[in-house]
Design a protein around this ligand. Structure first.
Ligand code: FES
Length: 234
């Protein structure tokens, strides 16, 4: 390479470096991750009708795995689409609520901070009708462990606390004729691998060998107060 070409190469390289520094790589979009479809049913196996959900009540089902809990909420007001980011800066557009009033939402109940989740014995994380801390709005999902608060009307984005990203959304399909709900995908920052790593032993005692089995066909929805003996209100 002659001196002139060498200088051109160096100049182009330097420009490339400075451009790269000025314009960081564009974030990839997070897309819905489809899983097996699961109709939401009660303990008798009858489909839950959307109209049966009591507004602002905590319901829990497990999806997309037998051991991964999800909050189902009828917010009592429409939840509109919202642009969000995962902690890896992947952007995604949460599609908002479903149902007649677009007020039904579902989110993984695994806190995005240190993976606290509702068990049959105790839950430190739940939806609160009224504000859990001064200065914050009502109707938030609050984790008592270190007080992360998520807004379920805006894709469970983080309003306060140490959580680095929104709760992972669970996408529901509403059948307007039958008024039933079917879970079919997640959207956002999944934490399932970290969850199974962290709680491997605990989950094997709580759920047994099927903890990581995919939920398919049906998922049983229960009120949190019936699923869990102690729902902590902090
Ligand atoms: S685990 Fe929920 S705030 Fe820390």
């Amino acid at each position: 390479m002659d001196r002139r070409s060498f200088m051109q190469t160096c100049t182009a390289g330097a420009a490339g470096v400075s451009l790269a520094a000025s314009f960081p790589a564009l974030a990839a979009d997070a897309r819905p991750k489809e899983y097996a479809r699961a109709l939401l049913v009660n303990e008798r196996g009858d489909p839950w009708r959307a109209a049966q959900l009591v507004p602002q009540t905590n319901y829990v089902f497990h999806y997309p795995f037998e051991a991964t809990p999800v909050f189902l909420l009828e917010l009592g007001r429409p939840a509109l689409p919202h642009a969000l980011n995962t902690q890896d800066k992947d952007g995604y557009s949460w599609p908002g609520g479903v149902g007649k009033n677009r007020s039904i939402v579902a989110f993984s109940a695994i806190c995005a901070h240190q993976l606290v989740y509702p068990t049959r014995e105790v839950s430190f994380i739940s939806f609160r009708k009224t504000r859990a801390q001064k200065g914050l709005q009502d109707g938030l999902i609050h984790c008592c462990a270190e007080h992360s608060q998520y807004d379920p009307a805006r894709g469970a984005r983080v309003l306060s606390g140490p959580a680095p990203q929104p709760l992972c959304a669970v996408l529901l399909q509403h059948d307007p004729k039958a008024d039933t709900l079917t879970a079919h995908a997640t959207l956002g920052g999944e934490l399932f691998d970290a969850f199974f790593r962290k709680y491997e032993m605990k989950l094997s005692l709580e759920v047994g060998t099927k903890a990581r089995n995919a939920v398919r066909g049906q998922a049983v929805v229960r009120e949190l107060d019936k699923f869990c003996r102690n729902s902590i209100q902090c």
